[in-house]
Design a protein around this ligand. Structure first.
Ligand code: PDD
Length: 286
């Protein structure tokens, strides 16, 4: 990481310091985004910035920068010429007032932070073998559509997955699948592609939206409808989607094979569409 952005300045990461009174530090009172870029072009930048606006509005924080200011600063972070494929992280907290109080004094300046880091290429084994997931009850709050920096539940879920030798935890609430700790979930059953509908119980993933758009453009029918945990357990295919991991095939769930235990045909098709879209982004065509 060569330089990061903090409150108007581009600094070396070790120079960038935030107050201990920062409400992000004390309360997790802030929101964030993660936006992938390929060859110097962002994938679905406006959709990410729209979601960032929605998260800020939901916690009643004004966006401290204009859309054009965000675009300019994000472009600078990935560098010219861009250093490989990178994901930018951006975060705004409610700032650092003089004392710790749940109520924040009016006029407190928000803290604005952004950085870029390389996107690790997908390991070839993943397309061959897929990944393992576990299932757990969704222990999070009920405003999961907000991309909040309060991520302790996600941290716990990822750790549990790792302890079980899995990549991700797929969560369920009241018998219905919500999403992964850091990803959205798709299920294929009898050739029907399904994903839970957007609601306050899950993040409206940008990769989820792109996968649905690609499906629509290429005549793959899909349903956005509640998915029973039993349906997940009996799925022919399960996919995860996220900006940094793209669309991944899940081939083991709670230690048992998904379908025939190999990445499915529909995933292979979606992955080809996704990779082709990414190459168009990389060439500046989208
Ligand atoms: N997380 N659901 C949750 C809870 C997430 O944290 C994420 C992404 C997603 C996928 O959203 P998108 O397709 O827009 O990346 C779904 C990011 C990558 C993170 O926290 O690092």
């Amino acid at each position: 990481m060569s330089e990061v952005y903090l409150n108007g300045a581009f600094l070396r990461p070790e120079e960038a310091k935030v107050s201990v009174m920062d409400r992000g530090f004390l309360f997790g009172d802030g929101v964030y985004e993660v936006i992938p870029s390929y060859g110097g072009y962002f994938l679905r930048l406006e959709q990410h910035l729209n979601r960032f606006d929605a998260s800020l509005a939901a916690i009643r924080l004004d966006n401290p920068l204009s859309r054009e200011e965000w675009r300019t600063l994000l472009r600078r972070l990935i560098g010219t010429p861009p250093a490989a494929d990178q994901a930018v992280y951006l975060q705004v907290t409610r700032g650092a007032p003089g004392s710790r109080d749940h109520l924040c004094p009016a006029g407190t300046q928000p803290t604005v932070f952004a950085s870029a880091s390389p996107i690790k290429p997908r390991r070839p084994e993943i397309a061959q073998d897929g990944v393992a997931c576990i299932t757990r009850p969704d222990i999070r709050w009920q405003r999961c559509e907000i991309k909040s920096i309060s991520l302790v539940a996600a941290v716990m879920m990822r750790r549990e997955a790792e302890e079980e030798g899995a990549l991700e935890t797929i969560m369920h609430r009241a018998g219905l699948v919500t999403e992964g700790a850091v990803s959205n979930v798709f299920v294929v059953k009898n050739e029907a592609l399904m994903t839970p509908p957007n609601s306050h119980l899950l993040l409206p993933g940008i990769t989820r939206g792109l996968a649905l758009l690609l499906a629509e453009e290429h005549g793959i029918r899909y349903l956005e409808e509640p998915i029973l945990l039993e349906t997940l357990r009996g799925a022919d295919e399960i996919w995860l989607s996220s900006s940094t991991r793209e669309v991944l095939p899940v081939t083991r769930l709670d230690g048992r094979p998904v379908g025939d235990g190999r990445p499915g045909q529909l995933w292979q098709r979606m992955d080809r569409l996704y990779q082709a879209h990414k190459e168009q982004v990389r060439n500046g065509h989208v």
